[in-house]
Ligand binder design. Structure first.
Ligand SMILES: NC(=O)c1ccc[n+]([C@@H]2O[C@H](COP(=O)([O-])OP(=O)(O)OC[C@H]3O[C@@H](n4cnc5c(N)ncnc54)[C@H](OP(=O)(O)O)[C@@H]3O)[C@@H](O)[C@H]2O)c1
Length: 287
């Protein structure tokens, strides 16, 4: 698998998003473990998770524990696998997503994630989403303290504007913002400004829900005709075309398609091999 970089750490150009294996509609554990092992077999060494990827109250860290278990039971070497988790979002168990961006919560969340992942330092820790009740600089100050304390090797942010990216760089230190994780897909392109900003600064940009999200990913080709047409011409899936289109945008882009079946992630992992022509890319940009 072709490699890209997050804060100087080499990772596969496609990551695995863990969310579908722990929220509504999740499969049984055996299928999830097979999905994660299939990703590793395909050369993926970057996995995205969050403490809030769970269903019921009382199972915070479900997805983190699942990934830790899959890594522990994998037959091959997992030393170079970068696991990225997040804190700052909560799920009380009624289906809703709430926020707590206070430094006190982040301190407690990071300890819980260290335990759930079974590590001494988290590979990449991302502040999940700005909390309107807490000044952003305060949340970032909390993240910086945890970075300085060695709780994480790399720090990132998610759901951030260009201004928030700049603020994060000034608070964490210019070289210490490793990644920005924002929504970006054929249906959701308004984060292209942040993508370009990250490309200029050399910060990894991790598109979330790159295929349109768990519910709509299967309909990508019927919702976006140009992606289906390029896929048909190339004999690949429209999901693979989408990921290849994103990868071509800038060397900092590392999409994290979710999966709950081995087949999905095996197909997505082929995207770095698909070289789209300038004409195809221009067409998809305009679609
Ligand atoms: N930072 C944030 O606020 C935030 C928000 C949302 C998501 N995320 C992260 O981003 C990741 C990806 O987003 P997402 O999971 O919401 O949506 P997504 O990646 O757009 O779609 C996920 C769905 O795509 C299907 N899929 C994947 N590859 C496919 C392929 N090659 N062909 C056909 N179908 C394919 C999977 O189906 P199967 O389930 O059948 O395998 C999966 O359920 C999440 O897992 C999570 O790690 C972050």
């Amino acid at each position: 698998m072709r490699q890209r970089s997050i804060g100087g750490t080499s990772v596969s150009a496609i990551g695995l998003g863990g969310m579908p294996m722990s929220i509504e509609g999740r499969p049984d554990e055996d299928r999830s473990i097979r999905t994660i092992h299939a990703a590793l077999d395909a050369g993926i060494n970057f996995i995205d998770t969050a403490d809030a990827y769970h269903l019921n109250a009382g199972e915070v860290g479900h997805n983190e524990r699942l990934i830790a278990k899959a890594l522990a039971t994998y037959g091959g070497d997992t030393a170079d696998v970068l696991v990225a988790t997040k804190g700052g979002h909560l799920r009380p168990g009624d289906g809703s997503w709430t926020l707590d961006g206070s430094p006190g919560h982040l301190r407690q969340a990071v300890e819980a994630s260290l335990k759930a992942l079974g590590v001494d330092a988290i590979g990449l820790y991302q502040f999940h989403r700005p909390d309107p009740k807490v000044p952003y600089a305060e949340s970032l100050g909390g993240l910086k303290e945890l970075l300085d304390a060695g709780k994480m090797r790399l720090a990132g942010i998610s759901n951030a504007s260009v201004e928030q990216i700049d603020l994060a760089r000034s608070i964490l230190g210019e070289q210490n913002l490793a990644s920005v994780q924002n929504q970006f897909s054929p249906a959701f392109r308004s984060s292209e400004g942040e993508l370009e900003h990250c490309a200029r600064l050399g910060i990894a940009f991790l598109p979330w829900s790159p295929l349109g999200g768990i519910v709509r990913a299967g309909e990508l080709g019927s919702r976006h005709a140009a992606f289906q047409e390029v896929a048909d011409a190339r004999g690949v899936s429209p999901q693979q075309v989408t990921l290849a289109w994103m990868l071509a945008k800038a060397p900092v882009v590392i999409p994290i398609p979710g999966a709950s079946r081995p087949e999905s992630i095996i197909d997505s992992a082929r995207a770095p091999e698909l070289e789209l022509s300038a004409a195809e890319l221009a067409r998809l940009d305009q679609a």
